[in-house]
Design a binder for this molecule. Sequence first.
Ligand SMILES: [Zn+2]
Length: 294
Amino acid sequence: MSIEFHSTSDKWVKCLSGTGTIRAVAVNAAEISNRLADRHELTPSGRKALAEAIIAGLILSSYCKTGEKVNLNIQSSGWSNQTIIDANATGEVRGYVLERAPGDIQLARNVGPWGIGLLSVLRTKHDEAQPYIGTVPLLTGHLAKDLTFYWLQSEQVNSAVGIEVFMENDRITLAEGFLIQAMPGATDADIGLIEEHLKKLHHFDSSSDIRSTPTLLLSYLLENQSFQLLEEQPLTLKCNCSLDRVKRSLTLIGADELRSMLAEKKDFEIDCDFCSETYVFTPAMLDELLRDMS
Ligand SMILES: [Zn+2]
């Protein structure tokens, strides 16, 4: 059975300034991050990496149109070898972190926990064959900073991105992120006000009121500006894997490989990368698959 968990607390909130020149989204995703990290049995640092990537994927997908989805792919030298997040315009998300062994992590001086590498964003529509792909180098090792560069590079929009994950006793207590974008026509005064608030954000710890909901965070960041809330989207941890899909992928490895699996006369367990659901294939099922293929 694939997973579908509707969070009661996690959501994204989008808003637009009264002048229409500043748009922003804020996300909370601690519950979903903890739940998925539990399924993947991640270490504390893997848990933190997953939460950061989930926030990044959701910020990206929050600006998708209906029916679009985003695939965020981070290949890096730091705490994760590869991280993949799938997210869509209705707030559904899934993903995984391939953790690097501690001895294998290589971080240059002044580089954040992600290390260096590549960050790719693949945006697809259901009805469009040609996906859009944007790739930027991971330079700072801090996901929020490298995403800021992504927006400038791939979409030519000046942005401020923040991602913060707080943990206590190896559990995520707060996973929060935001994206603020200055659209054409934004004045220096508008941007200056926001920059002032961004500078002071670190004064507020994870128990602070302004961090308790995406709306309150936006209210703080856009304080002294009029803005309207555009959307409040509850988030869902959802993977669309199924026994049928795994069967189809098994047939792709070829009849010879399936025959040698069958010859071992034992059950095979196949885990979904995205949600860690285990699918068991008995020799009888393998036999049936082979007969279907011929
Ligand atoms: Zn799955």
